[in-house]
Design a protein around this ligand. Structure first.
Ligand code: DQA
Length: 152
């Protein structure tokens, strides 16, 4: 069984009421429901966490090494500031995908830089909650290919 950690960063607990013009009207629990449904249909397991704190996110990534094969992360504002989260992803050496609900490249200059993207397999930005679904498919596919290559 493939186990995946999904991390939502700061302020994403406010989805539904927070800047709906950028982030849409779905609440985080509705998005999480979609993620769980998708993981059930793929046949993998997800653990979903939200944290407003950088250190907690670093802890979650470190602990994931013990049980997960990959990470999907929307680091929210920490995308643009956190070398600690970047270093944690490198340290655990787990494949990760960065997700943003909004297209960060359409927005303020400070959102155009990600400290995280370069240590991920890839980044999905601008597709709203579907971005998490695409990320799950992409990570599942990546991990299965990795497994097949390992069997060769
Ligand atoms: C975000 C984009 C970030 O720039 C912002 O700080 C967020 C949400 C997104 O999902 O579009 O909090 O990660």
């Amino acid at each position: 069984m493939i186990n995946i950690l999904v991390i939502h960063g700061p302020n994403l607990n406010l989805l539904g009421e927070r800047e709906p013009e950028w982030y849409g009207k779905l609440t985080l629990s509705a998005i999480n429901e979609m993620i769980v449904q998708k993981s059930n249909s793929l046949g993998c397991k997800v653990r979903i966490e939200q944290s407003n704190s950088e250190g907690e996110i670093v802890d979650l990534i470190q602990e994931a090494k013990k049980w997960a094969q990959g990470i999907i992360i929307n680091p929210a504002a920490y995308t643009h500031t956190s070398i600690a989260i970047r270093d944690a992803i490198v340290a655990v050496n787990l494949p990760a995908i960065e997700v943003h609900l909004s297209n960060v490249y359409k927005r303020e200059d400070f959102r155009q830089r990600s400290f995280i993207a370069a240590v991920c397999i890839g980044q999905i930005s601008g597709f709203g909650p579907s971005g998490y679904i695409f990320a799950l498919e992409a990570l599942f596919d990546f991990l299965n290919k990795e497994r097949e290559d390992g069997d060769k």
